[in-house]
Design a protein around this ligand. Structure first.
Ligand code: ADP
Ligand code: MG
Length: 594
């Protein structure tokens, strides 16, 4: 091997290396240029992308512009008009700050910059290419700046090879743009892709940067999700935004937008906190669309931890996470509280929320079968079976008011309740999951909502000393949920329990509660936090189990009580309680178009 020789790298090579961190791909160029346009106080930004940004990225704004004297120097490394010392970083609210974007971008692509500064008479133009800087020339231009980036990575083949297909690069740009569209409703955006305008978003009146508004959200996420408005303020943090209704949960590709002080970022902990807030509302592992902006004193968050500013570091992340979780829980329990509306409206509210899901796929046209040209015999058969299906047997004509909605209700496999509704819907309810949910919510509300029953003969349970101590300490907690006991030496004498639990094995119930934590000490310590888990554990031991035959009245009772729950969609462990199918879904499964 040759003797190693030390080379001092030229500034050009240093820039190219640094560029690899700041400018990873076309979308990172778009981000830097957008940040600059936003910092320049623009109210309109036009973005043009060609071939996934590989051939062209052009961003024009109507902002303050760049003075002639700065036109050449802004391409020098570490030149910025935004900070002058390190302390500024702590209070910074502008998007850019390191003064390296333009210098690194111009070291890996051809740049054309046109700008007219507000206070000057004319505009100016400068080019950067393989031959270096061009002289500054006068051009006719309205106020604002246009930056044109061509042939990205033309001089670094290794990086160019690393680029994905133009479609993929465009998708990344598009995702990034969506974040900016969302968080700057006060800016008019135009997006042009390969010469065609693909999005035009006018300013939303009376908004300021950081306001997430439903209008933009619907334009960006689409109207497939219905959203709940989120708001939280406390201990120096303000959280605002929207999060999808639990019935819009999905198994993959959720649209999630997180902003900190209006800056799009990614943070696993925040995503987890949101889903934690949903934990008793959607099935475990399911996802939700959301968009939130967290406003926090800039001194409590470090934005300078990532080369492309895609992540931040909070001084106290857990305070943020628990605030987010609280905010989500709060909005869910408030918005989904059907209890407050009179019972007839429950149906309307629930029907509305479910109708939203299925209305997109209406294929069924019931009159078609009469008009079709099918042979008589086929038509007759169809008519005949239709008659059969609509002929409701006497005993399913339900007596009670809301029962008009239900055409049929029955049980299958001693496990599921099937309900056919008048408006072409079918529900399958998991009887045990539903009963768990019902009991969980009534236990959560406390003893005034719980019917209790005394045992004829008190049940005696032998327990360990520390278990007895624990139950002694929390006697009031259990009393409040209708479980009354006395303690005699190392025996627990169980006297009263909620009606639904008279047949439950409380030895098992307590065992399961004790096993929520590794040991009783931990259980004591985390009691408050585990309250819901304890209630969920008890709820699981209710009298309605799978494998049990139900009478029609019992099924209706479960259905009605479930509909009165704040969250009828899942059991307290997060498993689904209801499976909804529309006739159009069933039809399309049979490839039926009429
Ligand atoms: P930074 O944004 O970190 O300051 P950049 O290299 O991105 O660094 O930009 C350097 C400087 O160029 C900025 O500080 C700003 O003064 C000026 N500048 C860049 N883009 C624009 C623009 N679109 N409008 C006005 N000024 C701009
Ligand atoms: Mg910048």
């Amino acid at each position: 091997m040759d003797k190693p020789k030390l080379n001092k790298l030229s500034q050009e090579v240093i820039n190219q290396i640094a560029a690899g961190e700041v400018v990873e791909r076309p979308s990172s160029v778009v981000k830097e240029l957008l940040d600059n346009s936003i910092d320049a106080d623009s109210s309109k930004i036009v973005i043009k992308i060609k071939n996934g940004g590989i051939d062209l990225i052009e961003i024009s704004d109507n902002g303050i512009g760049i003075p002639k004297e700065s036109m050449t120097s802004i391409f020098d490394p570490h030149t910025t008009s935004k900070i002058s010392n390190i302390e500024d970083l702590n209070t910074l609210l502008s998007m850019g700050f390191r003064g390296e974007a333009l210098s690194t971008i111009s070291s890996v692509s051809n740049v054309t910059l046109l700008s007219k500064y507000r206070e000057e008479e004319t505009g100016y133009k400068i080019l950067f290419n393989e031959n270096g800087k061009s002289p500054v020339k006068k051009v006719a231009k309205e106020d604002g700046t246009t930056v044109k980036i061509e042939n990205i990575f033309y001089n670094i083949p290794a990086r160019q090879k690393y680029l994905k297909s133009p479609q993929t690069e465009y998708r990344k740009i598009h995702e990034l743009l969506n974040s900016y569209f969302l968080i700057y409703p006060n800016i008019h955006f135009v997006l042009e892709k390969d010469g065609k305008i693909v999005k035009e978003l006018p300013q939303v009146l009376n908004t300021k940067p950081g306001d997430i508004v439903e209008k933009r959200l619907n334009e960006i996420v689409g109207e497939s999700s219905s959203f709940l408005k989120l708001y939280y303020e406390g201990s120096g943090i303000k959280i605002s935004g929207y999060t999808a209704h639990p019935s819009n949960h999905k198994s993959s590709n959720p649209k999630t937008y997180i902003f900190v002080n209006n800056r799009p970022i990614y943070d696993k902990g925040i995503v987890r906190a949101i889903y934690e807030g949903y934990s008793r509302y959607i099935p475990h592992g399911q996802k939700i669309d959301f968009a939130i902006n967290i406003l926090i004193n800039p001194e409590l968050v470090d934005i300078n931890v990532h080369p492309r500013k895609e992540e931040v570091r909070f001084e106290n992340p857990f305070r943020i996470y628990s605030a987010i979780e609280d905010a989500v829980r709060h909005v869910l329990s408030k918005e989904l509280s059907y209890k407050e509306t009179p019972s007839t409206n429950n149906f309307a509210a629930i029907r509305e929320s479910f109708a939203k899901q299925s209305s997109n796929s209406k294929l069924y046209e019931p009159t078609n079968i009469y008009n079709s040209n099918k042979s008589a015999s086929v038509q007759d058969t169809l008519l005949f079976s239709k008659e059969l299906l609509t002929d409701i047997p006497e005993d399913t004509q339900l007596p009670w008011e809301e029962g008009q909605e239900i055409v049929n209700i029955f049980q299958i496999f001693k496990k599921y309740i099937v309900i056919e509704f008048i408006e072409e819907k079918l529900w399958m309810i998991d009887q045990h999951a539903a009963a768990e949910r019902i009991n969980f919510e009534s236990l959560s509300k406390g003893k005034d909502n719980i019917d209790v029953q005394n045992y004829l003969v008190a049940v005696e349970l032998n327990l360990k000393d520390e278990e007895i101590l624990f139950l002694e300490e929390h006697i009031d907690f259990f009393k409040n949920i209708g479980i009354l006991y006395e303690i005699k030496k190392n025996k627990l004498i169980l006297k009263t329990v909620p009606v639904e639990f008279v047949n439950s094995d409380f030895k098992k119930v307590f065992e399961e509660i004790f096993s929520l934590e590794e040991d009783i000490e931990l259980l004591k310590k985390n009691f408050k936090k585990l309250r819901d888990d304890i209630l969920a554990t008890i709820s699981c031991h209710n009298s309605i189990r799978s494998g049990q035959r139900l009478q029609k009245e019992e099924m209706l009772d479960i259905y009605n009580k479930l509909m009165d729950c704040q969250n009828p969609y899942s059991c307290p462990h997060g498993r689904p309680a209801v499976w909804k199918l529309s006739l159009s879904e069933i039809d399309s499964n049979f490839e039926r178009t009429y």
